[in-house]
Design a protein around this ligand. Structure first.
Ligand code: C5P
Length: 233
């Protein structure tokens, strides 16, 4: 499975997103479209970016009853995205239903990965609000194993959790890791960060980088530097 750098296009409109992507002429980065942009612009933005030659990770984090998620995934499968995701907290049955919905008639489907516990959830809020009393790293590992049992391709996790997930679920189970920063760069609101080279060393399969590329003075150079460090090209 090829390693890649995914650029989080956390923009509020089509105009801003396309103006950003226009800067990339000779390279076409893998793009992450999140809820903000998708809810603002709808499926048309996916088609437009896809038509420009980008791969797309549609980050909508589905979580509902299995039947609803299955039907929603079936709609997404026709959008021709390359990767999409859901919350592992929806249970193994929900994840299995999602895979069924996502699989097209010809047997092909986008990659499907799970969010374990959000990185905004800490031990204290998990115990207090969700009544989950196990250590959070055990919970992340357990949810990753559930995703694997359901047949999913991997999880979104902190780069610090990549090794643990790979040793529990196998090296071919994908880890997609945000929280990546260039050495000496602004951390923003990310607390625990790694550089692209470190993420490569610990075995992340994909890194997701937003502001270090989108807010860079020269986004194309920043992207190429991330690829050089992470993929080694
Ligand atoms: O700008 P930055 O590099 O922090 O962007 C990281 C991207 O990854 C954002 O789109 C953010 O929503 C997403 N993400 C994250 N942490 C998670 C899950 C997703 O930062 N645990």
């Amino acid at each position: 499975m090829g390693k890649d750098v995914i650029v989080a296009c956390d923009f509020a409109s089509k105009e801003q997103t396309l103006a950003f992507l226009d800067k990339f002429q000779d390279v076409k980065p893998y793009v992450k479209i999140g809820m903000e942009l998708f809810y603002a612009e709808g499926p048309a933005i996916v088609n437009e970016i896809k038509a420009r030659g980008h791969k797309i990770f549609l980050d909508l984090k589905l979580h509902d009853i299995p039947n609803t998620v299955k039907k929603a995934m079936s709609v997404l499968s026709h959008l021709n995205v390359d990767m999409c995701n859901l919350h592992a907290g929806g249970t193994i049955n929900m994840m299995k239903a999602a895979l069924e919905g996502l699989t097209r008639e010809d047997g092909t489907r986008p990659l499907l990965i799970a969010v374990t516990q959000l990185t905004s959830t800490d031990q204290e809020s998990m115990e207090r609000d969700l009544l989950i009393r196990e250590p959070i790293d055990k919970v992340v590992e357990h949810y990753a194993l559930n995703a694997k049992r359901a047949g999913l391709d991997g999880v979104v996790c902190s780069p610090l959790e990549s090794k643990k997930v790979h040793s529990a679920c196998g090296n071919d189970f994908l880890t997609v890791t945000p929280g990546v920063r260039f050495a000496g760069g602004e951390k923003g609101d990310q607390k625990r960060v790694m550089t692209p080279s470190e993420a490569r060393e610990i075995g992340s399969d994909y890194i997701v980088m937003g502001r270090p590329i989108t807010a860079a003075e020269d986004p194309v150079s920043a992207y190429k530097e991330a690829v050089r460090q992470f993929v080694g090209e």
